[in-house]
Every structure is written in structure tokens, then in C-alpha cells.
Design a protein around this ligand. Structure first.
Ligand code: PLP
Length: 458
């Protein structure tokens, strides 16, 4: 460490960070070559501040999670009060705490009908690991012990632990740890822009659903435990499924007695304009993992919502479930989640996203469709995607996929806007409290970044 630097200087933080901190989803050497990390020091509302004093509009709500925005005293106070009252106790061995009980009751109320039981963890990844263990246990109890395979989609993201990354369909992740584990299969995603060819979006939706049915037939329905999908694939590039997709998928799951898992880690808690993405897309899942927006990201918490069929069998016939985490049902995390949900209700935030700010954001997003670099825009609620393409009509990509997206994302950062680039797809997922003037600002900066990218490409 350079002795001349002090902690008042950004360079000190960058140097210490580069020396000791291995970041998630980061090329450490590449980061060092680029001068190190941006150090975020403060945030308020929808605005971040970095160590150089720059104000940056957070178009991603952190990592799709800070739904109620930064600096909410109600959430900080809920944590403070609970820490003084009872900072920790576990929920193993016939014990509960008031926040874990109250939150369970609340989640049973606000989630779709039939999902009345909850198992807690600390992240979306561990929620999905829990689901793999729970579902396999369930089928054993249901005397169908061969039903063990999980089917997911190519390019899905369900987390980073071994089972969650196996559920995910990201080739680059699989490549680094000999994944997927045995028993995880992947089928076509309903991604019209990339895979639609000459088909209409609805035809492509049906084709993707039929890919699921074909795989079930190849594997044998007696061997398939469950299908998992995000209502809208988030990390894959905000892929809004055609209307034909989910009804057909649901029909297929029922036909072959395959459990349906809707991963609501991103879509849950208002992001699509309903409390849960399942409501927006007419999905009735057997199991639903929640995380991120459950606490607006203020503290780590996940919840697996379990329907009557699975929970009933586990409770009646399962005996002890040998599974759990030290922080399952952590009282402070649960207290903050309760305060977060209360705040969402008081501010009527879901209704606002559904009928006011969500449609406004979508209208602004649509205005970008005329930009020469943009092949398609799509979105729902407070989710949006901007596809960069060489040719609008044919949806042809730029030659080196990812370069143009990264360039535009970097311009956006320079222009004081956080967007994310997934290949050449720019995505936004702002805090749900974002106001109309702030939405205007977001799209003003996005257009400027597109213009600067277009100019570079000549
Ligand atoms: N599932 C989905 C749909 C996600 O988007 C994510 C994270 O982005 C996860 C699961 C994993 O959540 P976590 O990062 O909290 O483990």
C-alpha cells in the first residue's frame, strides 16, 4: 500500500480494494488495469454518490433490489429497534421470533393464493438450493422417487451456488465449475429478438414452450421433478415472454405432473406492476422463491413460498427436514422486510407502478425505439430493455457482441446513469419510487449515451 495516500483519497480505497478484495462477477486483473473500482460512498432516493462527489442516477436499483430507494429511515429504525430488542436468535429446534412469525403471516397474505408456507434464507441462491432439496424430498415422500430432474432455460439466472448455478442456464458460469450438476436440464428461452427468426412473438413463445414438452418426453415425465423460470428473465436481458408462453408452459407442467417454480427474486415486490410477476403473467406456481425487493436490499433475506401440495406432504409425512441456515428467519432481516412491506403499502407503490409511473417509464422507453442503434425496446412495469442492433429490420447484431453494449454502458456511467449491459442489451430496473422527472432524467441520459455510442461507431 502506498504510504503517501490517505483514506480521504479515492486512490487509497482503489488501491486497497485492488490488493485484497476479490469481487463477484469481476475480472480482477481487468479491473486493476482500468484503474480500479468506483467507490460508492452514499445514496439518497434514487441517487448514488461516489468518492469523487459525482451524483449518479441508479437505473438498476442496486442489483434489482433497492425497490423503495435509498436512505429510508423507516427501514433503518426497524433494524435499530429490533437489534436492541433481539438482534439474533435462530429458528431451528422448535423456536421462533416475533418478526419471523409476523413476516410469515404477511407473506402468506400478500403472495398468490395457496402459497401459505415459507422457508427463510439469506439470498436468492440459497432459496433456490433449498428448493432443489425440498422438491427432491417431496417426490420421495410422494412415492415418486424417480422424479428428480429440474428443467430450466438457457440463459436463465437463478444464483451462484452449485445448485442455483446448475439451475441457471449461463454457459460462462457452467464453464468455470463443471456445471451443471447431473440432473439439471435446459431448454430454449422465449427470447423473440434473438431466436424469433421469421416467427411472430406468439409463435416463438409456443415454440419455446414446446421445447419444454419435447424435453420432458425425451427424459420421461416420471423422471422430471420441476420446471423453474423467472416470470421475466432479468439478468439474461429482461426477456419479456410472449403472451403465448406462460399459459402453455403451465398447461404442460400440469399435464405431466411437474412442479412449477416461478423465481420471483427480481419480479417480486412490485417490479412488474403487481406484487408478484406471477400475477402479471397469470402463473400459478407450486413454489416461489423471493429475495431482493423483500427488504429493498437493506438486509439479506430470502423466502421460499411453498404451496399446499408440497408443504402439506412435507408437514404430514416428512418428519424433520434436515436443512436450514444459521440466519434462516433472522429477526432483524424479518423486521426490516416487514417495515419495507408496510412502507410499500403506505405509499401505494405497487399501484403507482401499475398505473402511473410504470406506464410513464414504458412510454419513455418506447421513445428510444426510433434511435438508429436500437433494434427493439421492451419492458413491463419498472423493467426495461434496449436492444442494440446493426440492423433494425433484420435484428442483426453487431459483429463482436457485447462490445457496443459495454461502450454504451460506459458512456452512461460517464453521463451519471447506471444501466447494465447484457451483451448488446442495455437493461434498466430503477427503484420503484422513481418519480416522473427522474424518469425523464434517466432517459435523457440514456439517449445521450446512445448518441455518443452511435458517433463512435461512425
Ligand atoms: N434468482 C434470480 C431470478 C436472480 O435474479 C438472482 C440474482 O440476481 C438470484 C436468483 C440469486 O440471488 P442472490 O444473488 O441473492 O443469491
Amino acid at each position: 500500500m502506498s504510504t503517501q495516500l490517505s483514506r480521504n483519497e479515492t486512490a487509497w480505497w482503489r488501491e486497497a480494494d485492488a490488493k485484497h478484495h476479490l469481487h463477484p462477477f469481476t475480472d480482477t486483473k481487468g479491473l486493476a488495469n482500468e484503474g480500479g473500482s468506483r467507490i460508492i460512498t452514499k445514496a439518497e432516493g434514487v441517487w448514488l454518490t461516489d468518492s469523487e462527489g459525482n451524483r449518479i442516477l441508479d437505473g438498476m436499483a442496486g442489483l434489482w433490489c433497492v425497490n423503495m430507494g435509498y436512505g429510508r429511515k423507516e427501514l433503518a429504525l426497524a433494524a435499530y429497534d429490533q437489534m436492541l430488542e433481539l438482534p439474533y436468535y435462530n429458528t431451528f429446534f422448535k423456536t421462533a421470533t416475533p418478526p419471523s412469525v409476523e413476516l410469515s403471516e404477511k407473506l402468506a397474505k400478500i403472495t398468490p393464493d395457496g402459497l401459505n408456507h415459507v422457508f427463510y434464507g439469506s439470498s436468492g441462491s440459497d432459496a433456490n438450493d433449498t428448493i432443489v432439496r425440498m422438491v427432491r424430498h417431496f417426490w420421495n415422500l410422494a412415492r415418486k422417487p424417480t422424479k428428480k430432474i429440474f428443467i430450466s432455460r438457457n440463459n436463465a439466472y437463478h444464483g451462484s451456488t452449485m445448485a442455483a448455478a446448475s439451475l441457471g442456464g449461463m454457459a460462462a458460469m457452467h464453464g468455470q465449475a463443471d456445471l451443471p450438476l447431473p440432473g439439471f436440464e435446459h431448454v430454449m428461452q422465449p427470447y423473440w429478438f434473438d431466436l424469433g427468426g421469421d416467427l411472430t412473438p406468439d409463435e416463438l413463445g409456443l415454440k419455446a414452450a414446446e421445447a419444454l414438452e419435447n424435453r420432458i418426453l425425451i427424459l420421461g415425465a416420471q423422471n422430471v421433478a420441476a420446471f423453474i423460470g423467472e416470470p421475466v428473465q432479468g439478468a439474461g436481458g429482461v426477456i419479456i415472454p410472449p403472451e403465448s408462453y406462460w399459459p402453455k408452459v403451465q398447461e404442460i407442467c400440469r399435464k405431466y405432473d411437474i412442479l412449477l417454480i416461478a423465481d420471483e427474486v427480481i419480479c417480486g415486490f412490485g417490479r412488474t406492476g403487481n406484487w408478484f410477476g406471477c400475477e402479471t403473467f397469470g402463473i400459478s406456481p407450486d413454489i416461489m422463491p423471493l429475495a431482493k425487493g423483500i427488504s429493498s436490499g437493506y438486509l439479506p433475506l430470502s423466502a421460499v413460498m411453498v404451496g399446499e401440495r408440497v408443504a402439506g406432504t412435507l408437514i404430514e409425512d416428512g418428519g424433520e427436514f434436515y436443512h436450514g441456515f444459521t440466519y434462516s428467519g433472522h429477526p432483524v432481516c424479518c423486521a426490516v422486510a416487514l417495515a419495507n412491506i408496510r412502507l410499500m403499502e403506505e405509499e401505494n407503490i405497487v399501484e403507482k407502478v401499475r398505473s402511473k409511473t410504470g406506464p410513464y417509464l414504458q412510454a419513455k422507453l418506447n421513445e428510444l425505439a426510433d434511435h438508429p442503434l436500437v433494434g427493439e425496446v421492451r419492458g413491463v412495469g419498472f423493467l426495461g430493455a434496449i436492444e442494440l442492433a446493426k440492423d433494425k429490420a433484420t435484428r442483426a447484431r453487431f459483429a463482436d457482441v457485447g462490445t457496443t453494449g459495454a461502450l454504451c454502458k460506459d458512456y452512461a456511467t460517464g453521463n451519471g446513469l447506471i444501466m447494465r449491459a447484457v451483451g448488446d442489451t442495455l437493461v434498466v430496473s430503477p427503484p420503484l419510487i422513481m418519480s416522473k422527472p427522474e424518469i425523464d432524467e434517466l432517459f435523457k441520459r440514456a439517449r445521450l449515451s446512445l448518441d455518443m455510442t452511435a458517433k463512435d461507431l461512425g
